[in-house]
Design a protein around this ligand. Structure first.
Ligand SMILES: Nc1nc2c(c(=O)[nH]1)N[C@H]1C(S)=C(S)[C@@H](COP(=O)(O)OP(=O)(O)OC[C@H]3O[C@@H](n4cnc5c(=O)[nH]c(N)nc54)[C@H](O)[C@@H]3O)O[C@H]1N2
Ligand SMILES: Nc1nc2c(c(=O)[nH]1)N[C@H]1C(S)=C(S)[C@@H](COP(=O)(O)OP(=O)(O)OC[C@H]3O[C@@H](n4cnc5c(=O)[nH]c(N)nc54)[C@H](O)[C@@H]3O)O[C@H]1N2
Ligand SMILES: [Mo]
Length: 630
């Protein structure tokens, strides 16, 4: 391995487009494409799964689509806690009579009823708006089966309509004019028996038929989804099955319809758009070479799991983090932390101290930086602007307003530029100092590399910013065959632990009062959990089977065949309405339970939402588990 490839350049998705663009320039001029990125933890199944299906790796919806949809599916996403702004759209849609269908193992309160904090009448009268019209508690990891069930029921209804000479259920014009690949998918659905779908999804045939009816009786349907879909061994296939379902009725590329991956960090999508990728295309690299004047490395680099593997195997010397809390967010935390301590150099550019800063290499730098909300002045005194791109591909500028925490703080772009200068010296062909004197110069470079940013500086001057065009939204399919593709996922996986009566599938979740690895309080108000986080949600049937009572403490151990013992001790049982065979606990405390090798092979996203585990009565003296913290 060459020397530059012994460095890993991690990004957490809070950085602006400007900082992210400079960061990838720095790493590439240094000589590597090692870009583990927090989207690898998150929506990589979207970025990997959608291009083959619809020709773009992003969602196709805009906020205004919520005003036109007749039905909105919310799958594996805890909107009330993690996307509170979207609740306004859902509430308005519910009030005008749109059907809202939820697929989630947990009954998330805000998706059942929502009290709008801005609504004076609701707050004063303690009333609320019902949100979900249909709520289905799919088993943890049961989504492929559930979505196949929805498609099977839709196709069966179409077969009946055809037989009775009634109007078709499938959008035949759209299918014939715009898509390819339906036949094998249809045959596979016919061959997949209902009892198997029921067993794997945890939902009955009649529930799935009812949900399918909502789907095909609606004219315009949106599907929104989150980590409950992506963080699985089959994450990419999950995403593609959602597209299949939408394509059956032409629900992509029309107002009120489409697919909406609900993103996490404010700029996780933008960072990707401006070049943070470990697998750059040759066209992009060629364009970069023309614009910036150095020859970027061509070999593909590391994503998160490959970076982690390299770190654990001792093939890495340096880790640089542009934001984030990489060690705590990672699977197999205990092993990962030990390996981090063997690195030669760790560097963190951060707004807040966190656990990863303490799990450091032999040389360690923590470089505090300005947050985007803080005032950032150019040398000439003017306020600098930064831009980000949201889940709907809207690019917007902002200027920091708050007084910086210290007069000595520098911005992310400034720090990246000066790190680059210090590392690359005069050999560098980039005018680092000049670029960070005025960030509009960085935007000019971004525009020169990526034609979709044409007129960048002028367009962000318009209030509301601008929309990066999305071909699939216009029904232009940038796939190799020029069509929207149904993508076959043949059969259904067997549940490898089905015959183990002890086994449960554990999902790891966020509470209301945390932002990823930052825990603000130990409360999770919508789920009714207060003053504790060391909990395990389990239903009463599974509790009785194991002779557990509310408040009992258990050790949770991963079932895996690699001989490594992964255990988190002393979680308190909280009886909860969650399907049989499933349980849930909070992230990041339970990350030591996720084997590093347990990830979606197509996207590299760790399977944080379905870990096979067994429970043992705990002998641990204190609820804080010894094994849980690195
Ligand atoms: N307040 C707050 N907001 C945040 C964050 C935060 O930590 N706090 N994090 C940000 C980030 S980076 C992200 S990626 C997003 C994450 O936002 P979400 O995608 O909502 O993430 P999670 O809370 O991990 O869990 C998602 C939901 O999936 C459900 N679920 C679990 N397993 C399954 C399953 O097998 N199938 C199905 N269908 N559902 C399942 C859970 O019950 C939960 O409701 O939120 C962002 N916004
Ligand atoms: N088991 C399990 N594991 C998971 C998940 C799960 O659901 N279950 N979710 C995964 C997901 S979706 C994600 S996105 C990752 C999160 O992984 P990360 O993005 O690595 O983690 P965060 O907790 O968001 O990082 C918080 C830190 O970022 C820094 N920070 C915040 N804002 C800024 C900024 O503007 N600039 C800079 N330079 N630094 C800043 C602060 O120092 C803060 O402490 O975790 C993943 N891990
Ligand atoms: Mo995320």
């Amino acid at each position: 391995m060459s020397y530059p490839n012994e460095a890993e350049f991690y990004t957490s998705g809070r950085s602006s487009n400007e900082a992210a663009f400079l960061y990838q320039l720095f790493a590439r001029e240094f000589g590597t494409n090692n870009f583990p990125d927090c989207s690898n933890f998150c929506h990589e199944p979207t970025s990997q799964g959608l291009p083959a299906a619809i020709g773009v790796g992003k969602g196709t919806c805009l906020l205004e689509d919520f005003n036109h949809a007749d039905a909105i599916f919310i799958i594996g996403q805890n909107t009330g806690t993690n996307s509170p702004r979207m609740m306004t759209e859902l509430r308005n849609a519910a009030r005008r009579g749109a059907r809202i269908v939820v697929l989630n193992p947990l009954r998330e309160r805000a998706l059942e009823r929502f009290q709008a904090p801005q609504n004076v009448i609701e707050m004063a009268t303690m009333t609320s708006t019902p949100i979900a019209t249909n709520y289905y508690q799919v088993k943890v990891g049961g989504d492929v089966a559930a979505i196949k069930g929805l498609m099977k029921a839709t196709i069966e209804a179409d077969d009946r309509a055809l037989g009775q000479g009634e109007p078709r259920i499938l959008d035949i014009d759209f299918i014939e004019g715009h898509t390819a690949g339906l036949e094998p998918v249809r045959n596979d659905l016919r061959d997949t028996p209902w009892p198997k779908i029921e067993r794997q999804s945890g939902l009955s045939r009649s529930q799935l038929e009812e949900a399918a009816r909502v789907y095909f009786e609606a004219n315009r349907v949106m599907i929104c989804y989150g980590m409950g879909i992506t963080q699985h061994i089959r994450g990419t296939q999950n995403v593609q099955q959602l597209v299949n379902l939408l394509l059956l009725r032409g629900n992509i590329g029309r107002a009120g319809a489409g697919i909406l991956p609900v993103r996490g960090h404010s700029n996780v999508q933008g960072d990707r758009t401006v070049g943070i990728t470990e697998r750059p295309t040759s066209e992009f690299l060629e364009q970069l070479r023309r614009v910036v004047g150095f020859n970027p490395p061509r070999d593909h680099g590391h994503d998160v799991v490959h970076a982690l593997e390299a770190i654990v195997e001792g093939r890495v010397k340096a880790f640089i983090g542009l934001g984030g809390n990489f060690v705590a967010a990672s699977p197999d935390t205990t092993v990962v932390a030990d390996s981090f301590r063997k690195l030669t150099l760790t560097v963190h550019i951060a707004t807040k101290l966190n656990r990863s800063h303490l799990v450091h290499g032999r040389n360690a730098l923590i470089l505090p930086c300005l947050a985007r909300s803080e005032v950032d002045r150019a040398p000439d005194g003017t306020l600098q602007q930064l831009t980000i791109e949201d889940s709907m591909s809207i690019v917007q500028a902002s200027r920091g307003m708050l007084v910086p925490a210290s007069p000595h703080l520098r911005s992310e772009p400034w720090i990246v530029a000066h790190m680059a200068r210090a590392t690359l010296g005069d050999k560098s062909v980039i005018q680092w100092e000049s670029l960070v004197e005025d960030y509009s110069r960085i935007r000019d470079k971004i525009e020169a590399v990526f034609p979709i940013f044409q007129g960048y500086n002028a367009r962000i001057a318009v209030p509301g910013g601008f929309h990066l065009t999305n071909s699939a939204r216009e029904r232009i399919w940038k796939t190799p065959n020029g069509k929207a593709n149904f993508i076959l996922f043949p059969g259904l996986d067997e549940d490898e632990h089905e015959n183990n009566p002890e086994a449960l599938w554990l999902s790891t979740l966020r509470s209301h009062d945390q932002y990823n690895t930052t825990v603000y309080t130990n409360n999770d108000r919508y789920r009714g959990v207060f003053n504790q986080r060391d909990v395990l949600f389990l239903n009463k049937v599974e509790m009785q089977k194991r002779n557990f009572a509310e408040g009992d403490r258990v050790d949770v151990q991963t079932l895996s065949s690699d001989g490594v013992k992964r255990i988190v001790r002393g979680l308190t049982i909280v009886p909860y309405n969650i399907p049989d065979g499933s349980c849930a606990a909070y992230y990041p405390e339970t990350n030591p339970l996720i084997p590093l090798h347990s990830y979606d092979p197509q996207s590299g996203t760790p399977a944080a939402k379905a870990i096979p585990v067994v429970l043992k009565r705990s002998l641990a003296a204190s609820p804080r588990s010894a094994g849980a913290q690195p």
